[in-house]
Design a binder for this molecule. Structure first.
Ligand code: UPG
Ligand code: MN
Length: 757
């Protein structure tokens, strides 16, 4: 497919972001941390157990910084040149696009529709694309919305292509008013499109909550008497691209699928849905590449598929070894931006080692790799080696691995050998697709060990490590403007629950077969292993929690926590440098000081709530007391969230967004640690002030606590500021009385314990 002449310009380049200054800063912080540890060791005998506790916590922080420094040492990313694709590649490969959704209430169908429309309209030959929506909610409303969307797509896709529209998710596009133009045809088209989109929204809205249309249409019969955990497989070809003429030929295939669910079967949440998508798409279109996005993550860059293809189709040996191309996850409603900044530095760092970690959305996978191939199984030209041919293509092993469907096995063989599927009408494949959606289809097969990997709710990290362990590399592309944009849950319970799931899933990976801690002869690079280990570092919640309480304990107990005299300079420089460094990281990406502060605060809150409770989840799972579930994150549309027009770019800190960033509380256990930390530190500061008044010796002379510890408490109060505000607010922004009383009780115990010692 790709032209082999080497004189042409490359499709893709690796850009190194190595910076000696940043390396020096990272190393200086590391040296300061180790000096602090050394100081603690030297003065261990003169101090009490608190000194030892502080030493242990700081050892953990230093170890983490060491890992972070290793990961960020040689950052890189790939830069694609999609404009060169046409002269180099005459026949673009097909791409199957997967959109999983699970809950029509938490994931309103109009959001899913927008994501689907943005994918159907990308700049890529329509007959090379197919979009599959998997619905774990088995919702007739979602199916209805997709049917309506496919009709709208027939005018929307040609409109986008004709006027080279940049943002192809209609809700986003129509947030901006029509710009004054001389082109009256465009104005007319624009107005017509907007009218049609409003009509589509109204139809979906009217259908919500009103189910009589369900009975009227035979097409919805399959949805009657179903429940999300008790239903038969449903496969519906919403739109089939048969070539033909006119605008309709521009709309790619659109298929709705919902797998069988029965109460006593494990369904593996999103991971199970992804494997079903993999099988159905294998049967129907069998594209060699697959894009996977979450249902809220619309394509914000029409060239995104072409960008990914630049990596896969470049003519180097390495491109045969690239298993997936990952784009960052960006958000249209993020007011904290902490994930964006984290991704920017850490993802680029990992990208410079063996390749970025798969993050569940915005990723192009290679089908062959998902079917279980290792990088060793390929010859230099990309064909299967003879050993791999024996291992993968024997009839016996095919059925054992991929299940009993003959059609599926045939398609797997085709995919492994890079042969395209014989063209068949999708409608004729519905029965075979239904077969591979049965609850028991995966029974006694390798699904879950191949495809997307089971045994962790963070299926992305789990699947990713499986791929890197088999020797594959991956590629990171981070275009500007962002390739995909989605929704983040509001700060408060929703965000905390989401981080708790991520953390729990990450720890699950630690105990899996693919654990980065075991198997030292596997084909993964050492620093890549560290990168996975860093993902699992949510275990650091315990030292973080302890460290937030230490200054208060020392003030109450009148014991020293920090070094005295000139050596206090180590801590001061360390904190100062770290603050300036992280602030710089935010500002260089265009974010404000306030956004930096909110993020620092949020990370501490997540560490002492989400990550802490994830440890509890894991312990309960190991004891067999409870199972770990997947609570779908709530998705919001800008209109419903703000009722105000906002622009797609990130990093805006307008008043509106910060107002939205207000912390929300509820009576769940998640807010007890934060409230407790806040109360304890306030109590310690109050005690300190009383002490100051009583004695003239304000610096806590001798070996006791003093101003340094008080500053420690003030920093903690600042980091947990939303809780201080929550003490005085009402409604969802106030801390509920039940949480407050539990935290107050714990605070009294803590104070009595500290003072009494
Ligand atoms: O039983 C389920 C649960 C979820 N989903 C879908 O999975 C996607 C991700 O779910 P979401 O609630 O948005 O999770 P996030 O925490 O926002 O997602 C991140 O984290 C997940 C792992 O915890 C990854 O799977 C995601 O890709 C990644 O974006 C959504 O499209 C859901 O509809 C299903 O299809 N079936
Ligand atoms: Mn999400």
């Amino acid at each position: 497919m790709a032209d082999s002449s080497s004189s042409l310009l490359p499709l893709c380049e690796r850009i190194s972001h190595k910076s000696y200054i940043l390396r020096i800063v990272d190393l200086t912080i590391l040296v300061l941390l180790f000096s602090l540890l050394w100081y603690r060791i030297l003065h261990m005998c003169e101090n009490n157990t608190i000194w030892l506790v502080a030493f242990l916590c700081e050892s953990c922080f230093s170890f983490m910084w060491l890992i972070i420094t290793c990961i960020k040492w040689s950052p890189a990313e790939d830069k694609p040149y999609p404009n060169r694709l046409d002269e180099r590649v005459h026949d673009l490969p097909s791409v199957d696009m997967f959109v999983p959704t699970a809950d029509p209430v938490r994931e309103p169908p109009i959001i899913v529709v927008n994501t689907v429309l943005s994918l159907l309209a990308v700049n890529y030959p329509a007959n090379k694309l197919a979009c599959y929506v998997s619905d774990d909610g088995c919702s007739p409303l979602t199916y209805f919305s997709l049917k309506e969307a496919s009709k709208f797509a027939k005018i929307w896709v040609p409109f986008c292509k004709k006027y080279n529209v940049r943002v192809r998710a209609p809700f986003r596009y129509f947030l901006n008013p029509l710009v004054a133009t001389d082109d009256s045809v465009f104005s007319t088209d624009w107005k017509m499109m907007k009218r049609e989109y409003v009509k589509l929204c109204r139809k979906v809205e009217d259908a919500t909550g009103d189910s009589h249309w369900l009975d009227a249409d035979d097409d919805f019969e399959a949805f009657s008497n179903t429940k999300p955990n008790d239903q038969s497989t449903i496969v519906k070809v919403v739109w089939e691209n048969k070539g033909g003429i006119g605008d309709e030929k521009e709309v790619p295939h659109l298929v709705y699928i919902s797998r069988e669910k029965r109460p006593n079967y494990l369904h593996h949440y999103k991971t199970g849905a992804m494997n079903f998508l993999l099988r159905v798409s294998g049967l129907m279109t069998n594209a060699p590449y697959m894009l996977n996005v979450d249902c809220d993550m619309y394509a914000n860059e029409p060239d995104v598929v072409r960008q990914a293809m630049c990596v896969f189709l470049q003519n180097s040996k390495n491109s045969n070894h690239c298993a997936f191309v990952q784009f960052p996850q960006n958000f249209y409603d993020s007011y904290t931006n902490e994930l964006v900044v984290l991704q920017h530095y850490m993802k680029r760092g990992v990208a410079g080692i063996q390749g970025p970690i798969y993050i569940g959305s915005g990723c192009f996978h290679t089908r062959r790799v998902m079917y279980g191939l290792s990088s060793d199984d390929l010859e230099d030209d990309g064909s299967l080696s003879s050993v791999a041919t024996r291992e993968f293509l024997s009839e016996d092993s095919l059925a054992r691995k991929y299940g009993s469907s003959k059609e599926l096995v045939k398609s797997v063989v085709g995919a492994l050998q890079r042969k395209s599927n014989p063209q068949k009408s999708l409608a004729n494949l519905v029965e075979a697709a239904q077969e591979v959606g049965h609850c028991h289809y995966e029974y006694q097969t390798s699904w879950g060990n191949l495809g997307w990997l089971y045994d962790s709710v963070a299926e992305d990290t789990n699947t990713s490590i499986g791929i890197h362990l088999r020797g594959w590399t991956s590629s990171f592309i981070s275009p500007d403007p962002p390739a995909f944009l989605g929704s983040t849950p509001s700060v408060g319970t929703e965000a905390i629950v989401q981080h708790r799931r991520w953390a729990t899933g990450s720890i699950e990976v630690l105990f899996n077969k693919q654990s980065p801690l075991i198997g030292f002869r596997r084909k993964i690079k050492f620093r890549q292993r560290l990168a996975y280990f860093w993902v699992l570092m949510c275990i650091r919640s315990i030292p973080e929690l302890v460290y937030c309480l230490l200054p208060a304990y020392c003030l109450l107990n009148n014991s020293a926590l920090f070094p005295k005299g000139p050596c206090l300079g180590i801590i001061v420089t360390l904190v100062g440098m770290h603050c300036l460094y992280t602030l710089w990281q935010f500002m260089i990406l265009g974010f404000s000081v306030k956004s930096w502060y909110v993020s620092q605060s949020l990370w501490r809150i997540i560490a002492t709530s989400s990550w802490l409770f994830s440890i509890q989840d894991i312990i309960l799972k190991l004891l067999g007391i409870s199972k770990i579930g997947f609570i779908v994150a709530k998705k919001n549309m800008p209109e419903t969230r703000s009722g105000y027009e906002s622009k797609p770019s990130q990093g805006e800190d307008d008043g509106l967004k910060l107002e939205l960033g207000k912390f929300e509380f509820d009576s769940s256990c998640h807010f007890i640690p934060g409230t407790f930390i806040m109360l304890v530190n306030l109590a310690a500061l109050a005690g300190f002030l009383v002490r100051l008044q009583r004695s003239s010796c304000s610096h806590g002379g001798g070996g006791g606590s003093g101003l340094a510890e008080a500053c420690g408490c003030i920093s903690v109060v600042m980091l947990f500021f939303p809780f201080l505000k929550g003490l005085f607010e009402h409604g969802k922004y106030g801390i509920p009385l039940s949480t407050l009383s539990k935290a107050a009780f714990l605070t009294v115990l803590f104070v009595v314990f500290s003072v009494g010692k």
